[in-house]
Design a protein around this ligand. Sequence first.
Ligand code: ADP
Ligand code: MG
Length: 275
Amino acid sequence: MSEAPVVDAAPAPETKPPHLLLDHYLKTLRLPSFKREYEKQAGLAAKAGDDHVKYLLRLTELEMIDRERRLVDRRIRAAKFPSVKSLDTFDFKAMPTLNKPLVRDLARCEYIDRRENVIALGPSGTGKTHIALGLGLAACQKGLAVGFMTAAALVHELMEARDEKRLLRLQRQLGNLKLLIIDELGFVPLSKTGAELLFEVFSQRYERGATIVTSNLPFDEWTQTFGSERLTGALLDRLTHHVHILEMNGESYRLTQAKKNKQGPEANAGAEANG
Ligand code: ADP
Ligand code: MG
């Protein structure tokens, strides 16, 4: 059997102008920045008196930069963040219990390589989801595969996958994530099956991938969510073996903002208490 040609058979060079062929090959090789830039960069190189190595280096660098940007965009889309928030927009002064140097350090994503976990604990509105989103975005920007889900949505997906006999596939997909963010653990109590399926996720990620959990419940109340004390114990054991805890105690950011607005000179004008 003869092997299929990788690219279309090239027409005889004399029948097609070289730049058309070049465009065609660059497209086949998936080098869009090369294709877009080679003409313009040739002009610039000629003007600057750069040699062919410098010219090729510049084109290759442009391709690398674009490729990285496309990967980051893909990672962000795949993560399915409910909204894209960065740590730059987080007001650390409003949350004094939060260890800012630790968050800054986590943003460098080395804990992900070390397969460590992060747990953000605190009442509603204190910015737990914002921090989780910011750390998730930072990981995407490093090109890492990230997934974001509320605990309820994850359990729902796991149950659905199990009913449709594709649980293994979903578990494998979750296993491929370098960082899994599970938001709002503890908001709703889980069914026995739900708790067991979620436990399995934690168990499979243990020392194999990083996980961020946000919860409004202190650890000693997690049994309420998981039903079984034994299961909760085993879960906490794995989750907290290599963990960074973010204490986010304080008033709801939204509530504080709303109060500030009310006290301000434009009383009531911009006060939306429940944004
Ligand atoms: P939680 O997940 O703890 O309930 P969120 O992260 O959803 O809280 O925060 C509620 C809203 O307030 C979000 O829009 C979030 O961006 C904003 N927010 C909370 N804390 C801060 C903060 N310290 N600086 C800037 N925005 C904040
Ligand atoms: Mg939240």
